[in-house]
Design a protein around this ligand. Structure first.
Ligand SMILES: O=P(O)(O)OC[C@@H](O)[C@H]1O[C@@H](OP(=O)(O)O)[C@@H](O)[C@@H](O)[C@@H]1O
Ligand SMILES: [Mg+2]
Ligand SMILES: [Zn+2]
Length: 175
């Protein structure tokens, strides 16, 4: 199967250093919804792996996160596509969980759900932790310049990282 895994904040929707704390703050990056819809219509399974330490920090409840993901699914469905499994890490940086990126726990969860190996699977992110999570399970690190991506790029990325302007450019590459 054709599996593509996406980070959320800074890849699908705009990110904020103040976290995305409400449905109103959750705003798709132009072209991202269309890209996901086109990819899924072209046979790609598009899954999401997202750190959401804002839950542990008490910035927003799980219900708000679920509302954001319902909005994502509805917007993609309006374009005739669908979003696959969305996995989030609700923990804070000091909780020592196995799912918070750069740990690859969420990527493994997605791979086990679909019963596919992770080797070479593209994981698209905007932060260094996304790239490190991909490398930890032999997936392909892919950086987009949206969100924190340009800052991440300027700090240096693993040499095997593929770099694209945004998710729309990735869809054009893969379809
Ligand atoms: O990019 P994904 O994984 O979808 O989500 C990132 C968010 O959970 C937040 O992650 C935080 O990092 P800390 O969790 O505080 O280290 C900060 O980078 C916030 O700006 C950002 O909105
Ligand atoms: Mg991100
Ligand atoms: Zn976690």
């Amino acid at each position: 199967m054709k599996l593509l895994i996406l980070d959320r904040d800074g890849v699908i929707n705009f990110d904020s250093d103040a976290y995305i704390k409400s449905l109103e703050e959750w705003l798709p990056i132009p072209g991202s919804i269309e890209a996901i819809a086109q990819l899924s219509k072209a046979g790609w399974t598009v899954a999401v792996a997202t750190n959401q330490s804002g839950i542990a920090r008490g910035y927003y409840p799980l219900q708000t996160l679920e509302a954001m993901h319902a909005r994502l699914r509805a917007l993609v469905a309006e374009q005739g596509g669908e979003v696959g499994l969305i996995v989030h890490c609700p923990h804070g940086p000091d909780e020592g969980c196995d799912c918070r990126k750069p740990k690859p726990g969420m990527l493994r969860t997605i791979a086990e759900h679909y019963q596919v190996p992770l080797a070479g699977v593209w994981f698209v992110g905007d932060s260094k932790g996304d790239l490190e999570a991909a490398l930890a399970v032999d997936a392909q690190p892919v950086l987009v310049k949206t969100g924190k991506g340009q800052r991440t790029l300027e700090k240096g990325v693993p040499e095997s990282t593929l770099i694209f302007d945004d998710l729309a450019a990735i869809a054009r590459e893969l379809i």
